[in-house]
Design a protein around this ligand. Structure first.
Ligand SMILES: [Fe+2]
Length: 161
C-alpha cells in the first residue's frame, strides 16, 4: 500500500503526544499485515483502515466526554475521509475504509474479509493491552479469520498450568 507511511505520519500528527493511541493503531496495523500475509484481503483497504480505525476517539471524548464505540463510529469516518482525501485513492476504497471504521465496534454488520481482518487485529490488540487470556474454544468463536485465530492462539492462549 503506497501511502502506508504517509498515513502513519497523518495518524501521528492527528494524535500528537497521545502515544497510547498511536501505539494501539500501529499494533493493530502490525497484526492486520500479518493476517494479510495469509488471507486474501485487500491491503489498499485494510492498511488505511487499520491505521485510522480509532481516529474518531479524540472527537468523541471532546464532544461526548466518552470514548464509547458508538460515538467513535459516528465521529471517525468524516475525519478519516479528510485525511484520505489528501491521497490519490479510489472512491470505492475510501468508502470501504470509512464503512469499516463506521462499524468497527459492531460485529456481523459487514461480513467481508477486509472488515474481518481489522476486527481480528483490533481484538487481538485490545486483549493483549488488557492482559486478558482466552481459551481455544473462545478464540474460535470470537475471531473471524483463520490467520487471526492462529495469531490469537500464539498471543492470547491461556497457559496450561
Ligand atoms: Fe482499536
Amino acid at each position: 500500500m503506497i501511502y502506508r507511511d504517509n498515513l502513519i505520519t497523518e495518524l501521528k500528527s492527528y494524535f500528537g503526544n497521545d502515544n497510547k493511541r498511536i501505539n494501539h493503531a500501529l499494533t493493530v496495523l502490525k497484526f492486520a499485515e500479518s493476517i494479510l500475509e495469509r488471507e486474501s484481503g485487500n491491503s489498499d483497504t485494510v492498511i488505511p483502515a487499520a491505521i485510522l480505525h480509532d481516529i474518531g476517539i479524540k472527537e468523541s471524548e471532546k464532544k461526548y466526554n466518552s470514548s464509547a464505540g458508538n460515538y467513535q463510529e459516528i465521529e471517525g469516518p468524516p475525519i478519516a475521509r479528510n485525511i484520505l482525501h489528501k491521497f490519490n485513492l479510489e472512491d470505492n476504497a475510501v468508502n470501504e475504509i470509512c464503512d469499516i471504521i463506521a462499524h468497527h465496534h459492531t460485529p456481523d454488520v459487514i461480513d467481508i474479509l477486509n472488515f474481518n481482518v481489522i476486527w481480528d487485529a483490533d481484538l487481538i490488540t485490545n486483549l493483549i493491552e488488557e492482559g486478558i487470556t482466552v481459551d481455544k474454544k473462545k478464540i474460535d468463536r470470537i475471531f473471524k479469520t483463520d490467520e487471526g485465530k492462529k495469531i490469537a492462539e500464539k498471543e492470547l492462549l491461556k497457559k496450561e498450568k
